[in-house]
Design a binder for this molecule. Sequence first.
Ligand code: ZN
Length: 462
Amino acid sequence: MRRFMGLGGVALTAVFALALLSAPTPVAAGSITAGETRVESEDPRSIMFRVSVEAESSLEAATFNYKVLNPDGNVGGGGEADFVPANQTDATFTLETITATRYIPVGSEFVVSWELTDGDGTTVTTEEESFIFLDGQYDWTSRTEGDVTVYWYGGNEPAAMITFEATRAALAETEALLEVEVPYPVRVLVWASEDDGELARQPRSETLDEELITMGQRVAADVLFVFEPDVDVVRHEAAHIVTKVAGDGPFNDAPSWLDEGTAVYMQINRGNFGDAVESAIELQVPLDLRSIQSPPNQARFNNLFYGQSWSTVDFMIAQFGEAAFAEVFRTIKEGSSTDAALESVYGVNQDGLYNLWREANGMAALDFAERPGSDAGPVAEATRAPLAIPTSVAAAPSGGSSSSTDDGSTSGGGTSDGDDASTGVGDDDANSAAGLIVAVVTLLVVVALGGGAFALFRRGRA
Ligand SMILES: [Zn+2]
């Protein structure tokens, strides 16, 4: 059940969608003069860059170059611009921002320049110009204070101000908790609804998406999308900005339960997530901590995944203190596996931590001695999404369908494909022909090396 937010009024008119950050003086070298770059974008799927050129001996060649600034490493490219050779002409370059292999999120900062060659063979390169890429469907306004800028449109200013304050507060509090500082500015885009932001999002699993409402999303290390201007949604996403800085190293990331648990911990209220873990404890059916290294593929486990991740983090901090908690993040970032980091800080691995948590919540400890890989062995991890996939916070709407696709559960030791665990139990669809059930094979890539394990894909986080 997704909320209906009207799209009918959206006008796809061409607008200037990028905010110009720098206004360089026009280039006038030799016989070539270029104006400022203008940008046009009807919607967030593409951008057209345009520059007016005067060349006494006609423009003969034009190349466009761009960089997208990203704390994880800039990406860039460029190519031949389109133009009609003439003394006065416009050169244009159209960049697709969302393709099978490329996702440049709204809120990204571009640095662009042009290489222009005239009929005499003179080539000039224009000064670099900076832009913030905004969704051209809307007329954006922004406010900046310190390292945080919030963007909104239409009548969303109240939501934007709530978002702005919540972002700043959550960044500061999470930085204090994890003993790190985010070393770059953060931009937050506030949409009036999830539907309004649809075209700006990366394509994703339809099945899961139909069952979940996305309320917020970290789309880059320094960019947040907010669809639901709720203080806790914003605090959650802002916390992810900091967990990334605190826990993601060159070789290792914090596991999902630690990342999401911290993000929920930074919320003021846990809402459905808290309810989900409480009832799982009551029924003695929590998730094995080791099974939530990455988010569950089934919507029905969504709230429990967040809730149990939070409960585990809450337990860690209550039991061992904030300083030790920050140390766990630091140790993972430096390259330790999650098990090794927990072992060195708390003296227990993930199984041991899970048992401490179980006992603290009135459940018996489990015997993990038989579990392959429970100690020094490899940890099987579910398929991970490609680099730079956004994090998001999602909630299963009440009364949501129970249909599902696969179960990325792990089996011990080596590689394994996922179970064909279609679980339409209790649903009318449960009797549909088996042939209609699409089993998504979860590829587990496990490379055991000495007592450690490397996962070859980075995990996507919900
Ligand atoms: Zn999250």
